[in-house]
Design a binder for this molecule. Structure first.
Ligand code: ZN
Length: 494
């Protein structure tokens, strides 16, 4: 028996347990009866402990050494790299700190929710200060020699990415977005709005038809309802969730299309290695590039509106829009709002960039929680030209920091930059993409993504996968150019 095959077995078990944890999470959000919550904590905790046990076991480090000594192929070398990453994460943070973080963040979520309902940042600030203190300690434990604590946190979601590289990318993106936002606001043209009766059943039926058309394999997945939609699972079992609002069928459609982008990626991993670390999705940024590509570059194109419009009227009758062109305008309404998750393509990345800078300062110690609300409101006014009315629409709106997610926000905008870079290359290589999309044909698009992105797993660095797929380095300029083109035309900007 080679060390490489022993390592593969070991990591196969670890990966299986992670999928079990994912299934428990999916069940909790979609199916679990109310009274199941009490025992679910113990079940999830037991699985987490088993995962931690395997990841922290010195035997894993020994297997990595032995596999490396054999002169491994790319797949095994990638498994070794990922196994070392997991082992370092599981062993560098003391058990007392890890359990304190788990305890504090699980309570913090409830405290955050109450403070947000009361629009009262002061009610959450002491708890958040505790979370930040613990995250600073955790990040200091995780940081490799010479690595900043915040970069150690980013590395968890986007291997190899740094705050410095992100800051440079965002600095190139921000002025163009602020300028475009301002010019659209001056035009002050309201977009058409949907009106009609949008029952649950036809909304879900339309979601399923869209999944079918985009190439989602229903024999390897399912669709359920969740308050905050997500995608979970891998390869042969990739489940998506969506939400249904009787007033807003577009919310359902675009939430579904977004999660389908994630799901197509997971279903499209290389089956030979998908259930090992080497074959898993490259990073959060690459994942988000797939969901955003389908949601924005494809889903909010004029061609997609041409395909969608007759299906909308067939499902719901009169929807208050006279044409596919009006649907296209409704899909691309730009308006200043305070909430990130409701933001349009022009405003969205401005939200993310301010969170990136604030959380980077919180982890480094340049900003303390007591100054966070004022810093948030000042930055919002500068970038959005509007004063935040209350904390619920400002600093309290996102759950991320309460559950200890720092270093995660920037992957959203990174994903948008990656998506725009891929889209430019795809349109050059599939010149009739719009005609295909308008006809409901999405096969060529998926065939393009499968070998270039999905099947590569973690066999190359995230940025390398995007650069090699697109044949060019990912750049914010692709995103700015595409937004200028689309919104310049829609809003008649000179
Ligand atoms: Zn996403």
């Amino acid at each position: 028996v080679t060390a490489a095959s022993e390592l593969a077995d070991y990591l196969g078990r670890l990966s299986a347990l992670e999928r079990v944890a994912g299934l428990l999470g999916w069940d909790q959000e979609t199916q679990m009866p109310l009274r199941g919550a009490a025992q679910r904590g113990a079940e999830a905790g037991a699985v987490a402990a088993a995962i931690h046990g395997l990841a922290s076991d010195p035997r894993l480090a020994d297997l990595c050494d032995a596999a490396e000594a054999e002169g491994p192929d790319l797949r095994t070398a990638t498994d070794v790299r990922e196994a070392r990453r997991m082992h370092a994460r599981a062993t560098r943070v003391p058990a007392t700190l890890a359990s304190e973080l788990a305890a504090v963040t699980s309570q913090a979520q409830g405290i955050w929710a109450r403070a947000r309902a009361a629009k009262d940042f002061a009610g959450f600030a002491p708890t958040l200060a505790h979370v930040v203190l613990l995250k600073r300690s955790e990040a200091a434990c995780l940081a490799a020699p010479g690595q900043s604590p915040y970069n150690a946190l980013i590395d968890d979601f986007e291997p190899g990415m740094t705050a410095e590289a992100l800051a440079e990318m965002f600095a190139a993106l921000r002025p163009g977005l602020v300028d475009l936002r301002g010019r659209i606001a001056e035009v002050a043209r309201p977009a058409p709005q949907l009106a009609g009766t949008f029952d649950h059943a036809p909304q879900l039926a339309l979601s399923r038809r869209i999944g079918e058309a985009l190439g989602y394999d229903w024999s390897a997945g399912r669709l359920d309802l969740a308050v905050h939609p997500f995608c979970s699972g891998r390869l042969g079992d990739v489940r998506i969730t969506t939400r249904v609002d009787a007033e807003d069928p577009l919310g359902n459609i675009y939430s579904t299309v977004h999660e389908l982008g994630h799901a197509l990626y997971e279903q499209g991993l290389d089956p030979e290695i998908a259930l090992t670390p080497a074959g898993a999705a490259a990073s959060m940024g690459v994942h988000e590039s797939q969901s955003r590509l389908y949601e924005n570059q494809i889903g909010r194109s004029r061609a997609f509106a041409q395909w969608l419009y007759p299906q909308l009227t067939e499902a719901f009758g009169d929807v208050g829009l006279a044409s596919a062109e009006e649907l296209h305008r409704a899909n691309n309404a730009v308006a200043t709002g305070f909430i990130r998750t409701e933001a349009d393509e022009v405003h969205y990345n401005l939200h993310v960039m301010m969170r990136f800078e604030l959380e980077r300062a919180l982890i480094s110690g340049a900003l303390e929680v007591e100054g966070l609300e004022a810093a948030w409101n000042a930055r919002f006014l500068e970038d959005f030209g509007a004063a935040v009315p209350d904390a619920a629409q400002g600093v309290l709106q996102d759950v991320h920091w309460s559950v200890g997610l720092f270093g995660y926000f920037p992957t959203y905008t990174l994903g948008n930059v990656y998506a725009a870079t891929l889209d430019a290359a795809i349109r050059a290589e599939i010149p009739d993409l719009d005609e295909q999309v308008a006809a409901g044909e999405f096969g060529a698009l998926l065939d393009w993504l499968r070998p270039r992105v999905h099947r590569r797993g973690k066999l190359a660095a995230p940025e390398t996968i995007i650069a090699e797929a697109a044949g060019r380095k990912p750049e914010p300029a692709f995103l700015i150019a595409a937004l200028e083109r689309k919104f310049g035309e829609l809003y008649d900007l000179g």
